[in-house]
Write a protein that binds this ligand. Structure first.
Ligand SMILES: Nc1ncnc2c1ncn2[C@@H]1O[C@H](COP(=O)(O)OP(=O)(O)OP(=O)(O)O)[C@@H](O)[C@H]1O
Ligand SMILES: [Mg+2]
Length: 269
């Protein structure tokens, strides 16, 4: 399968007062067309930093020091602020653990999705935008789209808010969706619905996903390939069934043993 985004030998340094000198060290990975790639690892292992580096959203004082992130023929680390603004959201969308991170509590959800079109597709008529917003709400299985466009985020459940975040992230048809712990804050039954929606959208839209989770059961449900991180480095990567059934690294075995239950075990593809 063809490679869509490629991270090569990425190093990201932390400020001198941090608990370690680097957030990421010599990180290399390929995201392929239409695949769901999971990034797992303990807290502080660098999962969110990997997402932030791709999105050009590294915190202040946290800097890439080496390597590249290649996407559509460009090194994302070399983009100017203006290029980043145009590109972010349009080519690579993002959703977060807490959908409120991306949503404004004071604005109606319909307007917040419409905003993506106003920013990235300014030539569309208002009528077109409204129709597309409704269609997106249907795509993410919001029960009553016409009523929901007028709702404020706090009037929705956590699962519905995550669907709105998803509609917003997918509005202008990005090729890649970066999802940082997108279901961790949801009840297990709602988790399953959102995971099913993500896998369905991946097929229908030809999306590739970078799916960050600390939950190996969740990863087993959705991922084609899995990347295991520890202390800012990749310790192991491979097809999900392979990593789960024949973990090569002691740390991977440790993570698997720490995950209770057996029902989540993946079967060989
Ligand atoms: N804003 C920041 N400034 C300085 N260091 C940071 C900042 N955010 C994270 N770090 C450090 O960067 C490293 C990687 O953090 P990261 O947030 O990527 O971990 P994570 O794998 O996403 O963990 P979690 O599962 O808790 O979300 C950690 O050592 C962390 O302390
Ligand atoms: Mg994180």
């Amino acid at each position: 399968m063809s490679v869509l985004l490629s991270i090569n030998h990425l190093g990201v340094a932390l400020p001198p007062d941090a608990d370690r000198p680097w957030a990421l060290r010599d990180l290399s990975l390929d995201l392929r067309y239409n695949e769901i790639m999971c990034v797992v690892g303990e807290s502080g292992s660098g999962k969110s930093m990997t997402a932030s580096a791709i999105m050009g959203l590294l915190p202040e004082r946290v800097q890439p020091t080496q390597g590249s992130i290649t996407f559509e023929g460009r090194d994302l680390l070399q983009l100017t602020q203006e290029e980043l603004r145009q590109w972010r959201g349009a080519r690579i969308g993002m959703i977060f653990q807490d959908p409120m991170t991306a949503l404004n509590p004071l604005h109606r959800v319909g307007d917040q999705i419409a905003e993506m079109f106003l920013t990235h597709r300014p030539k569309l008529t208002r009528q077109d935008v409204d129709a597309r917003v409704l269609r997106l709400l249907e795509d993410v299985h919001i029960p009553d789209p016409t009523a929901t466009v007028r709702a404020y985020p706090h009037q929705l459940s956590g699962g519905q808010r995550q669907r709105i975040g998803l509609a917003r992230a997918l509005a202008v048809e990005p090729k890649i969706l970066v999802a940082d712990e997108p279901v961790s804050a949801l009840d297990v039954s709602v988790q399953a619905q959102v995971l099913a929606l993500l896998t369905d959208l991946r097929q229908r839209l030809g999306l590739s996903l970078i799916f960050i989770t600390h939950d190996l059961r969740v990863a087993a449900q959705v991922c084609d390939r899995i990347i295991v991180m520890k202390s800012g480095k990749i310790v192991e990567q491979g097809p999900t069934y392979q990593v789960y059934q024949q973990p090569q690294h002691a740390y991977t075995r440790q993570l698997l043993e720490a995950t209770p239950g057996r029902e989540w075990q993946v079967s060989a593809a």
